[in-house]
Design a binder for this molecule. Structure first.
Ligand code: MSP
Length: 511
């Protein structure tokens, strides 16, 4: 049986249209899910929308719609974005679904049964934009006297009856959990931040609200709705069929990787494992945080008018090109800036030249000089052996980088081989061998096909359509496109389809 693997994205707030930041996390999680499938895992990949809470209620009011109609519209738009980005999610979760309300209710009951919930009164700061409670010492005061959180979100003073989760009692157990699971939080900077936050002492957490009603009602206390983060985090178990622990999908819990933005690591790495352990459920295996994108060096904002919808980039540059750029351009955990010139240059240099031309050159020589028939391997020279050995080691190199979610390093490993293969073909010059040594020419071209096959196989998660196209041209049957299949050579003598370019160059439209 294939091992199970469960990958999630954060569920996105429906208080506005999707932008490149959302698309980025979705693409990263999708690349991971596709890589795991390619590597023989039985994958469940979940994404969706976070639809309750004050922020969404407010946005609905501003749009002049009731919250359900409003969230239906925006959630559908997020789903459309998810499809446009080529995501291979197995389900689409919305926190307004009945299955999710059931799941939240049951999780609450289990936490309550363990004695970790009590009724009290919350008085303190709340940032609607972050849907987060803040301590006085986490805030700064602006010249006009208003207070803001570190994220820049304004806070307001809240005073209301509230249920609390006894988070303070979880400090030692959480610290022990982090110590025993050194890979639980990535990257290290996020891990250190979380650990020092927990070491600093934990306050009990307010987990219900009474001053608005757009949320899941607290069991037996209908005046309270659950705090939106308790509701939202629960989506990850709802997706696996919770509370039905006999559901077929329950085999996927605990999640292998929760992909999250760095600003929401605290919710996933502190509150979430505490809620789960309190309810007697296993915590997730890993929380992997991504850094943020800005655009041409500026923070995206409606007032600057520089908010990018990833779908517009896809329309301009192509889907695989955008997926590639997003994961290549910046280290996953760090911040980065989207630059239009940079996208065009990566497309032209790395995709069209380095990779596209490499395949096109090799395949057109086979078409032209060998009648499109895949040659057999010849006697292996030292240079052949070096290239073939590094192509053979590629799956392990890429797998190791993917395990760390350092997507740019995975791509870097692949590009090392692409560059080596370009050097090899230039030195071997099979076009010249056509006149002097056709036997050696055939052998060189077979080395090229085998090397490009390894490259294209491993690039499939990043650029599914283009790599399917390339593998087709290399004569790799659909059932032989996973990592395990790389150990079985392609049959000699098969007829390859006529080669055609995979990556067109990007040409700036005339102004
Ligand atoms: N609803 C919560 C998550 C609940 S998960 C149980 C939420 N939603 S969000 O819509 O505000 O943003 C979700 C994610 O979008 C962020 O965590 C991050 O992964 C991604 N991004 C949003 N803006 C981004 C950038 N500018 N750059 C990169 N990613 C960013 O938080």
């Amino acid at each position: 049986m294939r091992p199970a693997c469960y990958i999630t994205t954060p569920i996105y707030y429906v208080n506005g249209a999707p932008h490149i930041g959302h698309a980025y996390t979705t693409v990263a999680a999708d690349v991971m899910a596709r890589f795991k499938r390619l590597d023989g895992y039985d994958v469940f990949f979940l994404t969706g929308t976070d639809e309750h809470g004050q922020k969404v209620e407010q946005a609905a009011r501003e749009a002049g719609l009731d919250p359900q109609t409003y969230t239906d519209g925006i959630s559908a738009d997020f789903q459309a974005m998810t499809r446009t980005m080529g995501a291979s999610n197995d389900d689409w979760i919305r926190t307004t679904q009945e299955r999710h309300k059931l799941s939240c209710t049951e999780l609450w009951r289990r936490i309550a049964a363990s004695g970790d919930i009590y009724l009290g009164h919350y008085e303190g700061w709340y940032a609607i934009r972050d849907e987060a409670f803040y301590d006085e010492n986490e805030l700064t005061t602006r010249p006009d006297g208003t207070k803001v959180a570190a994220s820049g979100a304004p806070v307001e003073w809240v005073r209301e009856p509230s249920y609390f989760f006894r988070l303070s009692a979880w400090q030692d157990r959480l610290l022990k959990f982090y110590e025993e699971n050194p890979n639980f939080i990535a990257p290290t900077s996020s891990r250190n931040e979380v650990i020092s936050f927990v070491r600093g002492g934990l306050n009990d957490l307010s987990i219900s609200r009474t001053t608005f009603c757009w949320g899941v009602p607290v069991p037996d206390a209908p005046d309270h709705v659950m705090y939106v983060w308790l509701d939202a985090l629960t989506n990850y178990i709802t997706g696996c069929g919770f509370p039905d622990e006999d559901a077929p999908r329950w085999r996927f819990w605990p999640a292998d990787i929760h992909f999250v933005g760095k600003e929401i690591t605290r919710f996933h790495a502190v509150y979430w494992p505490a809620f789960l352990m309190s309810a007697g459920l296993k915590p997730p295996k890993r929380v992997s945080a991504n850094g943020w994108w800005v655009v041409e060096g500026e923070k995206m904002s409606k007032s600057l008018g520089n908010v990018i919808d990833a779908r517009d980039l896809v329309a301009t540059y192509g889907l695989d090109q955008v997926r590639y750029y997003l994961l290549r351009e910046k280290p996953f955990g760090g911040d980065g800036s989207i630059a239009y010139k940079g996208i065009a240059s990566r497309i032209n240099v790395e995709l069209a030249n380095d990779l596209g031309n490499l395949a096109q050159r090799s395949l057109s020589l086979i078409a032209r000089n060998l009648g499109g028939v895949l040659p057999a391997r010849g006697p292996v020279t030292e240079e052949d052996a070096v290239l073939l050995a590094s192509a053979g080691a590629l799956p392990d190199m890429v797998r190791a980088a993917m395990e760390r979610q350092t997507f740019h390093e995975a791509l870097d490993e692949v590009w090392k081989i692409i560059r080596a293969a370009n050097g090899y073909i230039d030195r071997q010059a099979p076009w010249a061998l056509n006149k002097t040594d056709r036997v050696r020419m055939a052998a060189v071209l077979r080395v090229m096909v085998d090397t490009i096959r390894a490259v294209a196989t491993l690039l499939q998660p990043f650029m599914p359509t283009s790599m399917a196209n390339m593998l087709e041209q290399l004569g790799v049957p659909e059932h032989a496109r996973d990592i395990a299949a790389l150990s079985a050579p392609l049959a000699d003598g098969i007829h390859l389809p006529a080669p055609r370019g995979v990556f067109p160059r990007y040409v700036e439209p005339a102004a």
